[in-house]
Design a protein. Structure first.
Length: 274
């Protein structure tokens, strides 16, 4: 482990130990898995994991979260957090993520209190500081700890440390809830969430590593890594993807020529609109 990473990891460990006990908001993704692992190393059985179950969270992700906690003998709670029941969420406003995070963290805070856990923590990292992240407003308002940002760890460093510690998520694709695939202002529905989930699962099953299927009305906008464009353009794969997405309910299937990138739906926003 290089010295700079070791220093940051020690800073993270010291921060977590000072919490005394912690409930980690655990999605099973790269960041929250590393945070949960580090918290267990720091605090032992004074750590619990809390995962939200909803129609915007694929079952594969929930199962992976369950498996990790079972393997590492971490007490795991699953809370129902149906975003579509939150007032205003279906209309997909620009602060959609705030509405969701506020509701979710209030539930985790209540669960932590019931289990005599001192602090709730979430897994945002330094790379999250540069994009439009209304969910971080809820984090600040509710006093949720952000240990990875405190330790000044970015995504690449978290992946490197995860690999160092043998975590299975070190090269896992980045993931955000399926509601983030919708253009702001477009109504989010169970049917369209299912369409997106099926489309992304198909691409993953075909061997594409980092995927997003953004939805614009009845149009699917596929984001994959540019180096995988050639694979998608192979006739057998291209025609299969087109046919399957049509079956799922999309009218048109497109490929984004810029490729995969985080927060591409935010490109239509300006600082004045935040």
């Amino acid at each position: 482990m290089v010295q700079n990473l070791y220093t940051k990891y020690q800073k993270l460990q010291d921060f977590l130990k000072n919490l005394g006990s912690v409930a980690v908001a655990f999605s099973g993704g790269v960041d929250s898995t590393f945070l949960l692992f580090a918290a267990q190393k720091a605090l032992g059985n004074q750590v619990i994991a809390v995962t939200a179950s909803s129609c915007s969270f694929p079952i594969r992700e929930l199962n992976e979260a369950k498996s990790f906690c079972q393997e590492h003998q971490i007490k795991h709670f699953i809370v129902a957090s149906e975003e579509l029941d939150i007032d205003g969420f279906r209309q997909n406003p620009k602060n959609r993520c705030y509405l969701c995070k506020r509701e979710l963290f209030e539930k985790i805070l209540a669960l932590a209190k019931e289990n005599h856990i001192a602090v709730v923590a979430e897994g945002s990292n330094m790379d999250d500081n540069g994009d439009y992240r209304p969910g971080l407003v809820a984090v600040k308002e509710l006093g949720i700890a952000s240990p990875l940002r405190y330790a000044e760890l970015n995504k690449e460093e978290i992946r490197s440390l995860s690999r160092e510690f043998g975590l299975p998520t070190w090269d896992k694709q980045s993931f955000a809830c399926l509601s983030s695939r919708f253009a702001y202002g477009e109504t989010i529905s169970e049917e369209k969430l299912r369409m997106v989930d099926q489309a992304e699962q198909l691409l993953l099953d075909l061997g594409f590593h980092q995927v997003r299927v953004r939805i614009h009305g009845s149009i699917a906008r596929i984001e994959i890594r540019p180096q995988e464009f050639e694979k998608l353009m192979q006739d057998e794969i291209r025609l299969n993807v087109y046919a399957r997405l049509k079956e799922y309910g999309f009218s048109y299937v497109t490929l984004d020529l810029m490729g995969y990138r985080t927060g591409s739906m935010n490109e239509t926003l300006t600082a004045q609109k935040f």
